[in-house]
Ligand binder design. Structure first.
Ligand SMILES: *[C@@H]1O[C@H](CO)[C@@H](O)[C@H](O)[C@H]1NC(C)=O
Ligand SMILES: CC(=O)N[C@H]1CO[C@H](CO)[C@@H](O)[C@@H]1O
Length: 265
């Protein structure tokens, strides 16, 4: 009895392992991925052939809780929200684009004509390396020395001396976006926790209307520029992507899509 129970336990846990490891491809098949990113490999897109399905799946293995927390609906909604946010960050869409403006995610891998090198020289923990630019790169358009430094440290590359790797290595590029998604920062919850219902607002959060939903993720990503102001075009672009993807995943978007009444962090 004891022995067979034990065997059963071993069997069950090894099955769980297999399910765990393959879960992203079970919710996001290659075909689904391609139907979301209809134009990412368009010859007009600078990121043509860069953001492959295989490197996406490989990168998610570094973050097993991504798309793997909560009910099936929650898992799908989180993935849809992540893919929507990175699509806005890298969009090549315009209002009359073929297949609509929300079919052009993952078109860019690097910010076009950055206005600065995104070096916060007051940050001594993650000092800028001479001559390097910490402009937007990769699916989430990772920016600033204080993000490149910790992302590299967590993922095993030198983000301060070699920020270019984020637009040169597809798997690392995807990992930086997932790292940003999964990692809370000073005063900010992680986007992951917000989308899976694990966000615990502080008093200050409540006073600032920072309630859970896709709009709060927008606030985490770029609230300083986009939130707390009426009808911002960037915010509606993010929402447009999310609505299209939620529909493809066949889940509702949940409440609080907008952040126009939220104060930034
Ligand atoms: C919170 O949201 C309401 C509208 O729902 C708005 O009137 C109020 O100004 C917002 N508060 C802050 C601090 O932005
Ligand atoms: C081979 C290649 O893609 N090199 C790129 C590495 O990243 C830098 C800056 O991000 C690009 O300028 C290079 O073209």
């Amino acid at each position: 009895m004891v022995t067979s129970n034990l065997r059963l336990l071993v069997l069950v846990s090894s099955l769980t392992c297999v399910a765990w490891a393959s879960s992203i491809s079970s919710l996001v098949s290659r075909q689904l991925f391609d139907s979301i990113f209809l134009h990412k490999d368009d010859p007009a897109c600078p990121a043509k052939d860069f953001y492959t399905y295989d490197s996406f799946v490989q990168a998610t293995r570094r973050f097993p809780a991504f798309g793997n927390t909560g009910s099936l609906t929650t898992r799908k909604r989180e993935i849809a929200a992540f893919l929507a946010q990175i699509s806005h960050e890298t969009t090549g869409g315009w209002p009359t684009a073929p297949d609509g403006p929300y079919a052009w995610g993952l078109c860019f891998k690097e910010e076009v004509s950055p206005q600065s090198d995104y070096c916060d020289s007051t940050n001594t923990q993650w000092p800028c390396y001479p001559g390097k630019s910490y402009n937007g790169r990769g699916p989430i358009q990772l920016s600033w020395n204080y993000n490149y430094g910790p992302a590299g440290k967590a993922l095993g590359f030198d983000g301060l001396r070699n920020p270019e790797i984020v637009s040169n290595n597809s798997v690392i590029s995807w990992k930086t976006a997932l790292w940003f998604w999964m990692t809370g920062q000073k005063l900010k919850p992680s986007s992951h926790n917000v989308m899976v219902g694990r966000y615990c607002p502080t008093k200050q959060d409540l006073a600032a209307n920072r309630t859970a939903g896709f709009g709060l993720v927008t606030n985490i990503i770029n609230g300083g520029l986009e939130c707390g102001i009426p009808t911002d075009g960037r915010v509606s672009d993010r929402i447009g992507y999310f609505e299209r993807y939620a529909n493809i995943f066949n889940v509702d978007t949940g409440p609080n899509l907008d952040c126009q009444y939220q104060q930034p962090f």
